[in-house]
Design a protein around this ligand. Sequence first.
Ligand code: BGC
Length: 746
Amino acid sequence: MRPRHIAVTVALVAALSGFAPTPHPRGAGAAGAGRADRLVDSLLARMTPAEKLGQLNLISVDSDRASPAQLDSVRKGLVGGFLNLYGADATRAAQLVAVNESRLRIPLLFGFDVIHGYRTIFPIPLAEASSFDSAAVEATARGAAREASAAGVNWTFAPMVDIARDPRWGRIAEGSGEDPYLGSLLAAARVRGFQGNDLGAPDAVMATAKHFAAYGAAEGGRDYNTVDVSERTLREIYLPPFHAAVSAGVFSVMSAFDDLDGVPATANHWLLTDVLRKEWGFGGFVVSDWTSIEELEKHGIAGTRAQAGRLALEAGVDMDMVSDIYVHDLPALVERHAIPMSEVDAAVRRVLRAKVALGLFTDPYRGASAGRERATILSPEMRALARHIADESVVLLRNDSGVLPLARSAHTIAVIGPLAADGEDALGPWHTLGRGEDVVTPLAGIRERAGAGTEVLYARGCGIADADTSGFAEALAAARRADVSVLVLGEAQDMSGEAASRSSLDLPGAQERLLEEVTAAGKPVVLVVMSGRPLAIAWAAEHVPAVVQAWFLGVEAGHALADVLFGDVAPSGKLPVTIPRTVGQVPIYYDHMNTGRPGSPTDHYTSKYLDLPLGPLYPFGYGLSYTQFAYGTPRLARSVIGPRDTLAVDVDVTNTGARAGTEVAQLYVHDSVATVTRPVRQLVAFARVLIPAGGTQRVRFRVPATHLGFYDRRMRLVVEPGIYRLFAGGSSAGGAETTFEVRGGR
Ligand code: BGC
């Protein structure tokens, strides 16, 4: 693959994300940048080759402290940073050695996977994406940065911005779902949240866009597996969130584990240098993933560790996470000039610049202290933030005969299921320092909200993944006694996340049977699905009156669920990912091509499955509220625009129900005739709007024509003239439609 069309691509993604491409220490200004360069130059001039390679060495701890041997390496200047070392005291102890006892006194980086919270665990990223609320997502990243930085962490391995279209892949939980536009907006929001306005501020942490790139396209949804996507798919689907993160000023990028079109991402010069640096102008540094340099041997493109290290460095990986190759195997190559010193210097320069930008040369501890930790961690403000976004992350999938919100007349509520009373699971994967005891469980949240006048029964019913049905009788007895049952079912927190691929999307263990038997008891049932991926809940979608997709909502899970179930909050979440009917439909996503024979239930020779209805169980963008919304036909200021113009669209959204509600109004386009096949729909804009009962809100969308751009047959980014269909609605299916024309240019 080759580098392409720098200017146009930058313009497109800058337009997509709305931010200028500025990967430099913000707030530093030209004078600050000059000072930083002078400091870095003077250090480089004094460093030995071993010290240089030491700056590129990222090591992990085995306990809560750096070991004596590791501190000795710090003393010798052989460590650039630690990962998994956290806490104001533990980081200070290691930093003291670096700045007092190493020859050049270069401070350390402290990296940690603060993915959806440090101690205050927010909803998993896939859940947060359901809010379609980039301001709220930015706020939780900010909150996570404040907690982590108080505890001495200065670098997070987040945001994870991999587009994922295969729910078998457990890491779908860590990202923003299937759509590149939503994924790009949230990638930029999280970078802003983590890094703040000024990376040098004591409550900012350096962000990492990961895993570069296309890791989410692992074949068969099996983690770490091979990726083979076309350059068009790569550029249009998988790369935009990375570009948006770069445009938002992200300081580091992590290379992925996968091999992509025959070249592992960690040794992929085209990806890490030609695209990332030369096309996009990324000025930060690239860190490998955990032992991904060493794994180049297993990939079969390096015969020795030294060769693996050389391939990675030459491709553009600046920092070696845990392989220990840069510091152990590269010195010999540098000495015999098999690796030019200029390449090492370039990598060291990037790492040192990040340290300067973090303010580490001014205050290597960045004000972290046990006192600050105590004041920040799990503070009421953090909990409020967690509850707010959890409220917005709940997606109501079905609500027949108004089972929800729970009626005041429900005097007895049965809360049933293996996930109802467990705090750990509600935290989801990558929950960092989150603790089960910090969590308001669904049962606790329901009990608290139900109050004294309502009896809340609880029965676990069954385990999460085993076949034991001995708890069914108790659960059924509770369901029969109650006016309504709330079943909290789904996956354990470690059934998604890294190395947690599943070949089935069904409710695990005996849970499906429990659901069916409780439903058959004849009383109203609400199913709450807690999971790190979309589950194929086809039976529930047909037979259970109310279905709520809750993902993993974090420490405030129970409060947020109670807010929604009791109607204190009208649900407003929308699916950031398609829910399939069965695993056999995977991959399934809304912005697919039309094919020459689009599926038709009546025409045999069309694209479909013999044993399934057409389409997904629930489409991308879908989600109900306790009221309904009607969409007027989109009205255009001008129905003909040029390729550099902006389309101005007004859509009247009416709340036709009896209570106020928030709708995520969505705008999609379809390019009717193009030089290459185009998706049936693409999300180009959305807005969260609160509309009073009976009210009509005019939603103004502005869509730069560059949003319509795509890669043509010669892989040039173009906006083609022609007729486009425009849809406005509450999901990627249906909606009110009009057309517009792009005239002129290519
Ligand atoms: C994961 C990364 C993570 C790193 C450090 C790897 O196994 O793929 O996402 O940042 O470990 O913990």
